[in-house]
Design a binder for this molecule. Structure first.
Ligand SMILES: Nc1nc2c(c(=O)[nH]1)N[C@H]1C(S)=C(S)[C@@H](COP(=O)(O)O)O[C@H]1N2
Ligand SMILES: [Mo]
Length: 456
């Protein structure tokens, strides 16, 4: 208002209009004109009319309850998501980095630890299961504020326009993160390579808008929850915040009932999702598990990510002619599978935990310690980082670099057997890597070459 008064007070600050051409109003003045016209005309028939939305449940309390649930949930999603990216050790090598050009968004990266050995199983299981479980809450929150999305006029002032834009980023960002995450988990890498980039950058955009939104709305939400479920303010009042219907229909469910219904929806999703991360008997309950619930019987009867056939492993590459090449410190040793089996065999009970959120219970792996293989080329106790390459030709997961702390951990193996039997083809025969706490993608299958130390 001050701005408009000021402009009226100082007409001489404008260039004099050229005779014959009407004066061109400034952008804020034009916006004000449009707003005045829109307000005078009233909202068009439909969702912008105050009486259009009639649910008696909408109001500050309901919105605040869903909002606070999302505040907690999204915070955990964001933190576990950042951890998941750190677990890839992206700064170690280009083959590990799914989001090149992350720039300073990778400021927080740290060396992913190997203990506790179930760390990634927990963080990524929580990330994916919680993401699925929050879907009903997100939809309910959007439903509760829908009249505001149709506010009339759509933009009242420049600052209001900026607020609306931030809401667009908030709602769009949330939708984008949930949709890309769930598509990736359910449809199994439909974004070849680029999912990580989309989901990573999307997360930063979303969280930026989320932080701004929380900063502005948290006091109001806390106040609304304190005021209680039945403290429904009058439509049009300050506290009603455009949520309360001016002509509410008769209720068909109580506010508490609506919250319980959303909670039941989330609980149902939890029950049909969590089993794929918990494993054991619970796997049978994971109706939404994209890989199916029954991985089959026997020692190799646990979840397979990509089969040998699906990534084009050629029988000739893993038959009798298969060799393991170990390189490092200027030396090279080549082993047959028999020679590998003749080395001291160690045992490790470790799970496989995929970025998609599923994981296996601990499997009993046996094979040769990575430190023992490093010792073949004279490195041993001071085992450095190692580039692991498979016989697979191309594809994002055909090779990976393990950090020194991972290569040095005596539980890290080049496994040749699991649960007392030879590895089956789909679990990585003749040999695969297994590392405590590492994301599944770093447990390279069908390994043929290990290069210790910095690439020559
Ligand atoms: N060579 C190769 N190794 C690989 C993969 C791959 O596609 N190719 N997939 C990885 C991923 S994403 C996971 S989750 C694990 C799964 O191991 P599993 O199929 O034995 O359960 O293998 C990893 N090792
Ligand atoms: Mo994976």
């Amino acid at each position: 208002m001050a701005a408009s008064d000021g402009e009226r007070d100082r007409p001489e600050s404008r260039p004099a209009p050229v005779p014959g051409t009407p004066p061109k109003p400034s952008l804020p003045a034009r916006l004000r004109g449009a707003v005045d016209t829109a307000v005078a005309a009233g909202p068009p028939p439909g969702p912008s009319r105050p009486g259009f939305w009639r649910s008696p449940l909408r109001g500050p309390w309901l919105t605040a309850v869903f909002g606070l649930a999302l505040l907690g949930g999204v915070t955990v999603l964001f933190v576990t998501g950042l951890l998941s990216y750190a677990a890839y050790n992206p700064d170690l090598a280009a083959v590990n980095d799914q989001t090149p050009d992350k720039g300073w968004l990778g400021f927080y990266l740290f060396t992913w630890p190997t203990s506790p050995y179930w760390l990634y199983r927990l963080t990524q299981g929580v990330h994916v299961v919680l993401g699925v479980v929050l879907v009903p809450v997100l939809l309910a929150k959007l439903w509760s504020v829908i009249p505001k999305l149709f506010e009339w006029p759509p933009v009242r002032s420049v600052s209001h326009g900026i607020e609306r834009l931030s809401l667009l980023l908030l709602v769009g960002g949330a939708g984008f993160e949930f949709v890309t995450g769930i598509l990736n988990v359910q449809l199994h890498y439909i974004f070849p390579g680029s999912f990580y980039t989309l989901h990573f950058y999307g997360a930063w955009v979303f969280i930026g808008a989320f932080v701004v939104h929380v900063a502005f709305r948290l006091p109001r939400a806390v106040h609304a929850v304190r005021a209680g479920r039945d403290a429904q303010p009058r439509a049009g009042s300050e506290e009603a915040a455009g949520l309360v219907s001016p002509r509410p229909a008769a209720p068909t469910i109580s506010r508490r009932g609506a919250v319980a219904m959303v909670g039941a929806g989330s609980l149902a999703l939890l029950v049909v999702t969590a089993g794929q991360s918990i494993g054991g008997w619970w796997r049978g309950t994971a109706l939404l598990a994209p890989h199916g619930r029954d991985p089959g019987p026997g020692p190799n009867g646990f979840q397979i990510n990509k089969t040998a056939g699906s990534v084009g492993i050629r029988p000739g590459d893993i038959g009798p002619d298969w060799r393991l090449t170990v390189r490092g410190a200027g030396r090279q040793v080549v082993l047959t599978r028999q020679e590998l089996l003749a080395m001291p065999q160690s045992e490790s009970a470790l799970p496989i935990a995929c970025v998609e959120g599923w994981s296996t219970s601990d499997q009993q792996w046996s094979g040769v310690r990575l430190t023992d293989l490093a010792a073949l080329v004279g490195l041993g106790a001071q085992t450095p980082r190692v580039l692991v390459e498979s016989v697979q030709r191309g594809g994002s997961f055909s090779s990976a670099v393990l950090a020194a702390n991972q290569a040095r951990d005596t539980r890290s193996l080049l496994a040749v057997r699991v649960n007392g039997a030879d590895l089956c083809l789909d679990h990585g025969y003749p040999a695969r890597v297994i590392v405590p706490a590492a994301p599944g993608v770093h447990n390279t299958k069908w390994v043929t070459r290990l290069t210790f130390g910095d690439p020559a």
